[in-house]
Design a protein around this ligand. Sequence first.
Ligand code: NAP
Length: 303
Amino acid sequence: MTWHILGAGSLGSLWAARLASAGRPVRLILRDRARISAYEEAGGLTLVEQGRAQQHAIPAELPSGSGPISRLLLACKAYDAEAAVQPLLQRLAPGAELILLQNGLGSQDAVAKRLPHARCVLASSTEGAFREADFRVVFAGHGFTWLGDPLQPAAPAWLEELDQAGIPHGWTPDILSRLWRKLALNCAINPLTVLHDCRNGGLAEHPAEVGVLCAELAELLERCGQPDAAEGLHDEVLRVIHATAANYSSMYQDVAHGRRTEISYLLGHACATAARHRLSLPHLQGLHERLKAHLQQRGLPVT
Ligand code: NAP
């Protein structure tokens, strides 16, 4: 079965190159004719791994292309996900399966609502990749991708294809817990690195601020039925700050490069969920306001 991959960005290219190398049929879906022309001019997709570049001539098509889609990897940013699936609705075959690679929470529900007849498999990935140039992606860090479907605990048969393609992954019946935990780690670290203009390790100088955020995030996770995601959160945040001390967080890098952040699907989602549960989390809400003001000052979207 063909893997349709929407978004030839960092993670989409990483998956596309590995699946194609393993001999699986892959087709990229690019946003418009201009992107298709740029892709053809580049001669395909280049993945750089350990300094070695390899080009993959994977066919690309428009969202409005012909032919049914039975398996779709949605590899765009969270804020693009819902609009990106819209032009594909007519092409989805009965029983189509989607793998949603978006970070944070909120976009997955928005996509699933548009596709009541498709199966949506959610992913939470710690793999690292970045775009060095258009259609040229560098594999930056080994990681792992958790996959799961909150509505259907049985693992799909195509996981075997990920094994063959060397994509490290695991199937979990509790993907929402993993996504919430990652969201909480992100909320405790990333916005503060932006506001304090520091690497992750710089947060070791702000222990009280980190501590109070972790306490509020744990309260939120408990309240919204994710007690496992709350357990040991503060300790893990401190471990991550220490272990990744020299790194700049993804949100820091987005802001530094003038790119839109996924704030609405991380801190924004946490605050909206707290409000829905009538939970007052003043430090988390204060952080959200400060971050939005910071983004606005830099002319970046606050959603
Ligand atoms: P990215 O490099 O910005 O790539 C996103 C791609 O989606 C771009 O190529 C973009 O096209 C494409 N796209 C957006 N809307 C589209 C549309 N309507 N039709 C077709 N293509 C469309 O993003 P990424 O870093 O791979 O991130 C994807 C998700 O994975 C995010 O939620 C991110 O947080 C998560 N994630 C990323 C990493 C990482 O290391 N990169 C790690 C873990 C999780 P254009 O090229 O035309 O702009």
